[in-house]
Write a protein that binds this ligand. Structure first.
Ligand code: CO8
Length: 258
């Protein structure tokens, strides 16, 4: 498969996957999600690859969310299917990969973008990065696992605040809150991720895959939570607030919710 929106570089046993739609701040449309699935699957099956770094193209955004234009006229059924398919193909898929995935958060990580970073095994951010789940400002809720993974990473209270206010937090705040492990200047971001990857590659890949599975096992009781999220994400598509929220974004104005 030739990729339109994803770049892959291989440096011996390290692979860098870059989401490459810089004009749209690397927003995740269906095509990009499918390409990312194929890229991660291929790299996981490649026994040479010991660590994968995922990042965004350019210096402004990691990923600014799911592609709002693509889903703005979706029905409840289409919205539910989009969330279910996306979680299966990308977000759950990445979380459960045996190959470690580090997210190099190089700018805005919003909505589906933060959800992708949170599906990775851990995160490193550049100092300009901003993170948030702004879905309720569009009349919708996080649909790619964000209600579950954000609570796991920062705790329920902070997750509730971030989701309800739709506020973005700075890289430093994200570090204080446990959402990212390190904050460095943009220029040092990939070098630090590569250094961490180097340490990982010294260790047993078989043991690391088993450790990932074991850590994740503690969160399997959230399977129900993910389903509830998909259901409520889908239901948002039947509301007037969703129509108003997404239309307002596309018309570059503030929404006027009922
Ligand atoms: N979707 C589509 N296009 C986008 C997105 C997006 N999420 N983010 C940015 N873009 C586009 C803009 O429309 C603009 O395109 P154009 O030049 O054609 O008008 C281009 O990228 C550049 O963006 P801006 O001009 O807006 O750049 P600014 O520097 O002014 O602002 C922001 C940067 C603050 C990041 C701003 O772009 C923004 O608020 N983006 C939207 C952020 C957002 O709300 N993300 C959450 C989306 S919802 C979501 O992710 C749901 C997840 C669960 C989904 C499950 C199934 C769909």
């Amino acid at each position: 498969m030739d990729f339109e929106n994803v770049l892959i570089e291989q440096h011996t046993n390290l692979a860098i996957v870059t989401v490459n739609r810089p004009k749209k701040l690397n927003a995740l449309n269906t095509q990009t999600i499918k390409e990312l699935h194929t890229a991660f699957k291929r790299l996981d099956e490649n026994t040479e690859i010991k660590v994968i770094i995922v990042t965004g193209s350019g210096e402004k955004a990691f990923v600014a969310g799911a592609d709002i234009k693509e889903f703005s006229d979706f029905t409840v059924e289409e919205g539910t299917e989009l969330a279910r398919k996306g979680q299966e193909l990308l977000f759950d898929f990445v979380q459960n990969l045996g190959t470690p995935v580090i997210a190099a958060v190089n700018g805005f990580a919003l909505g589906g973008g933060l959800e992708l970073a949170m599906a990775a095994h851990f995160r490193v951010a550049s100092s300009n990065a901003k993170m948030g789940l702004p879905e309720v400002s569009l009349g919708v809720i996080p649909g790619y696992g964000g209600t579950q993974r954000l609570s796991q990473l920062v705790g329920k209270g902070k997750a509730m605040e971030m989701i309800m206010t739709a506020n973005m937090i700075s890289a430093e705040e994200a570090k204080d809150w446990g959402l990212v492990n390190y904050v460095v200047e943009q220029i040092d971001l990939l070098p630090l991720c590569k250094k961490l990857a180097g340490k990982i590659t010294n260790n047993s890949s078989v043991a690391i895959a088993a450790a990932i599975k074991s850590v994740n096992a503690n969160y399997t009781n959230c399977v129900n939570g993910y389903s509830v999220e998909i259901e409520n994400f889908g239901l948002s598509f039947g509301t007037n607030d969703f129509k108003e929220g997404t239309t307002a974004f596309l018309e570059k104005r503030k929404p006027n919710f009922e």
